[in-house]
Design a protein around this ligand. Structure first.
Ligand SMILES: Cc1cc2nc3c(=O)[nH]c(=O)nc-3n(C[C@H](O)[C@H](O)[C@H](O)COP(=O)(O)OP(=O)(O)OC[C@H]3O[C@@H](n4cnc5c(N)ncnc54)[C@H](O)[C@@H]3O)c2cc1C
Length: 508
């Protein structure tokens, strides 16, 4: 395959979610910016975020409390400097966002702060009830698209990073409109490609969340950290043929019950996500049922309080006022990713990462709900400031050759392997089986690859990384649960680290 077109820009931003958009606005002050999204601009995890954004802006809240809550959720693995940065930079970033036109819900003129599980104060801002991410990205996009030297390209899927003399020099993108490959050279590249939920059979994530950023950074030689930590959300809508639409935490926070088919409750609905997910799994196994039920019928005002959720369920024939919804756990959020410092720098010169694709260590082994939209803003802005400071052009003429081979495995069996062996409950034997099966997949050339081929290549790489790191972590902590090692072990109070060419997983 040959690249037919070449584009030059100062800064390349891969991804148009909260992190990419926030970074792009700051980058555009110092040069030309190209923002790529592999599908429509509206297709991102950010757009789907319902619950809200956590931030210390109310009178009775304190930075130290948000910091302590985040660290408690992270189960011993948070990077404390990253957490401090998140909670300290957060308020100014959210105020800037409001200045740029984001409307969070208010009571009169005062912002409304919701209380969520594991937050010790009411600190979660919402927009239009349950459309927070959509409102944030709308305002960020309006701001970004008003800047002249900032350009957007949709349906442009970056397939690989280009490297020269150990530095990242740009990226190769598959143009979905023409079916051609385009070579993009840039002074610095920001990965803001979001999550990896689609690696698993069951997920709340949109189709674009195939872990591309992690896979391409790994192929280029960057260090990937804590990738075994995946948060499984307990309550995704479970209907034949329908996407696994998320039934937000806020519903259980508001008093919704989880019931089995006989109508019995079987878990404290306000427990942590991983605890509830495992309880649902155990209940499904005990009863032989394919799902359990989320019951809101005793709650007042559901259509007004949760309009998007109510309407979506109605669209599938479920009236939440009258009856319960079938739910099932699903992969939701990646705590790990491409290792970065607090300025978004990865281990590869001129490559930066921010948002869900990155691992600053801010979430440790488990994310506190509503911290990830804030993470995208804070670390997107910080990465952009660091990228602007990069001296030199970084425009090597000759880039290293790419390995453009594809795994001979279809999407469905690949996602089944990840779900079965590296899902909510893991075991050493199953993880070893997953590693064996995935590493046994034959690799070969593809005559005229399409976007899905590139995505399966990435999902295969990411599933392999998750399985290898989950196998190496012989303990249970945060989102990682091992049936054969059900306890936390002090010797694993460390971050997993893996890079191409390493003989195995390191802990440091
Ligand atoms: C259903 C749901 C509900 C959620 N609710 C909340 C919540 O209430 N509060 C909260 O804080 N968090 C929530 N989250 C998590 C949060 O939405 C995400 O972590 C966050 O939005 C990620 O932002 P991002 O900018 O890193 O990536 P995203 O918003 O996912 O954006 C990724 C972008 O990268 C692009 N991209 C991906 N691969 C490529 C490629 N190869 N080439 C080019 N472009 C590419 C995509 O097209 C997209 O534009 C939720 C997530 C989901 C799925």
């Amino acid at each position: 395959m040959t690249a037919l077109e070449r584009i030059q820009t100062d800064f390349l931003v891969v991804g148009a979610g909260v992190a990419g958009l926030r970074a792009a606005v700051t980058l555009a002050e110092s040069g030309s910016v190209l923002v790529l999204a592999k599908d429509r601009l509206e297709e991102s995890n950010s757009q789907w975020a319902q619950g809200g954004i956590a931030v210390v802006l109310s009178d009775d809240d304190e930075i130290e409390l948000h910091e302590a809550d985040t660290i408690a959720a992270g189960d011993g693995l948070c990077n404390r400097d990253a957490v401090r940065t998140l909670v300290e930079d957060g308020p100014a970033e959210v105020q800037l966002l409001m200045h740029w036109g984001t409307h969070f819900d208010r009571e009169g003129s005062r912002l409304m702060f919701a209380r969520e599980g594991a937050h010790s104060r009411s600190r979660v801002l919402h927009a239009h009830g349950d459309s927070t991410g959509r409102e944030m990205t709308r305002a960020l996009y309006v701001k970004a698209s008003s800047i002249p030297n900032l350009r957007f390209e949709s349906f442009a899927a970056v397939t690989d990073l280009l490297t020269a003399s150990g530095e990242v020099a740009g990226a190769l993108a598959f143009d979905g409109k023409t079916g051609k490959l385009v070579e993009i050279r840039a002074r610095a590249v920001l990965l803001a490609t979001g999550g990896l939920g689609r690696v698993f059979r069951e997920t709340t994530n949109p189709d674009v969340a195939t872990g591309d950023g992690v896979a391409m950074a790994y192929r280029a030689g960057a260090v990937v950290s804590d990738i075994e930590f995946v948060q499984f959300h307990p309550t995704a809508l479970h209907l034949e043929g329908a996407p696994r639409f998320l039934l937000s935490e806020a519903l259980r926070g508001a008093g919704a019950y989880l019931r089995n088919k006989a109508g019995e409750r079987f878990v404290n609905e306000l427990s942590a996500r991983d605890v509830v997910s495992r309880a649902i799994f155990a209940e499904m196994e005990r009863t032989g049922e394919p799902h359990v039920y989320l019951d809101l019928t005793h709650l007042a005002d559901v259509p007004r309080r949760f309009p998007r959720i109510y309407e979506t369920c109605s669209g599938y024939g479920i009236d939440l006022v009258k009856g319960p919804a079938p739910v099932h756990p699903a992969a939701h959020y990646a705590m790990g990713g491409v290792e970065t410092d607090l300025q978004g720098r990865t281990s590869l010169p001129r490559l930066f990462a921010a948002g869900e694709v990155a691992c600053t260590g801010v979430h440790g082994a488990n994310r506190l709900a509503s911290n990830s939209l804030l993470e995208g803003l804070v670390f997107g802005a910080r990465a952009a400031r660091a990228m602007r400071e990069l001296a030199g052009a970084g425009r090597a003429d000759r880039v290293e050759e790419l390995d453009l081979r594809f795994p001979r495995i279809a999407e469905a069996p690949l996602r089944d392997i990840a779900w079965k062996y590296a899902g909510v409950e893991r075991h050493g034997e199953g993880l070893a089986e997953a590693v064996r099966r995935l590493s046994g997949v034959e690799m070969g050339a593809a005559a005229a690859p399409v976007r899905l081929d590139f995505e399966v290549r990435n999902m295969h790489a990411v599933a392999s990384l998750i399985a290898r790191c989950a196998l190496a972590r012989e303990e249970s902590r945060g989102g990682h649960y091992r049936l054969d090692f059900p306890e936390k072990r002090p010797e694993f109070q460390k971050h997993s680290l893996i890079a191409r060419g390493d003989s195995g997983v390191r802990f440091g």
